[in-house]
Design a protein around this ligand. Structure first.
Ligand code: SF4
Length: 333
């Protein structure tokens, strides 16, 4: 049996039932793909359901304010995803009359849709004959092919794309892509793959070579850095100072309380530049590429209140804050 057929047969018996797999609605599939790009299924499912309930179609998303969309994304991270979803919904209304294009070569023109998500929507909603490669699929492919090329370089990705497109050419692509992803996340796991349960065992070259544990190969090791920040809780007449972050960069478009990055020496020395400050608490927040240490001070003066919004404390819940700032708000209130 060919690789694609083995995967599809396995998927029909073992595939995970997930809400976005029970629909062919391209809008819902698109939302689920964007949510799941950097989020585990268990966490993403609740966000997906809330999001779809409030914004059930392209029109409702395009017509909402960006602040409301961000509020529904609060806590999910990678906030440019929410801004791009909103922008793409407006694009779909103005350029495509509120309909999703069916071909992934058109889908990829929408704001925020890259090679992965355009192919995913094209396949899952419209059965475009294309393979969809995520981290799990890369691992399965490198092992099936017993290929020691680094999987994090463009040349390998392009080659794998050609191979998987060939595999999927003459079969329905949605069950194939769902299946290979599920095999990667449940059977062909990073350590101790359960080859005995795998429908690809007979075709898998790394099983023959006994090399599963050494694949996939990566060229780069992620360099983590540590950064230090002072956050300032400014409360005046029952209102709290907040401000909106720029659209670009970390936490883009969300709200925060005044803060600044400090040098490691100043952090170690515990120096706060506001004289009437009171240190409250500190904690660490982990990002993909760096660790952020946050120290929170309550301060009485020194922040220019013209440069911030002063919001009654009981209205803070209307604004979308990143997780770390929400933690500060909860502890300070
Ligand atoms: S046989 Fe083993 S190594 Fe090969 S794809 Fe399946 S789980 Fe992965």
């Amino acid at each position: 049996m060919k690789i694609a057929e083995s995967i599809i047969e396995w998927y029909h018996l073992n595939g995970r039932p997930l809400p976005w797999r029970e629909t062919r609605d391209s809008y819902k599939i698109w939302i689920s793909e964007v949510i799941l790009q950097q989020t585990r299924i268990a966490q993403g499912t609740a966000y997906y359901q809330r999001f779809i309930e409030r914004f059930p179609d392209i029109e409702s998303l395009a017509g909402a304010s960006i602040d409301e969309v961000m509020k529904y994304w609060e806590g999910l991270g990678y906030y440019s995803r929410a801004r791009n979803l909103h922008a793409a919904a407006i694009q779909l209304m103005t350029l495509y009359n509120g309909n999703f294009p069916e071909d992934y070569r058109e889908i990829i023109k929408l704001k925020g849709l890259g090679r992965y998500s355009a192919r995913a929507v094209g396949s899952f909603a419209f059965d475009n004959p294309v393979g969809v490669i995520d981290g799990n699929v890369l691992r399965v492919m490198s092992r099936v092919l017993n290929d020691f090329s680094p999987v994090d370089i463009t040349a390998t990705l392009n080659r794998y794309q050609e191979i998987i497109d060939e595999w999927v050419k003459n079969v329905p692509s949605a069950p194939f892509n769902h299946g290979i992803m599920d095999i990667g996340s449940t059977i062909c796991t990073p350590t101790k793959p359960a080859c005995i349960l795998c429908p690809l065992e007979k075709d898998c070259l790394s099983v023959k070579a006994g090399s599963q544990a050494f694949l996939p190969v990566k060229s780069k090791k992620l360099q983590r850095e540590t950064r230090y920040f002072h956050f300032y809780w400014v409360e005046k007449n029952g209102s709290i100072a907040i401000l909106r972050r720029p659209e670009k960069g970390i936490w883009g478009g969300l709200y925060e309380i005044p803060n600044e990055e400090v040098r490691h020496e100043n952090w170690e020395a515990g120096i706060c530049r506001y004289p009437d400050s009171e240190k409250k608490f500190e904690f660490k927040h982990v990002f993909t590429h760096f660790d952020m240490h946050l120290r929170v001070f309550s301060i009485k003066s020194g922040i220019d209140t013209d440069s911030v919004l002063c919001i009654p404390a009981n209205e803070l819940k209307k604004y979308a804050f990143p997780k770390a700032v929400n933690k500060i708000i909860q502890r300070m209130q």
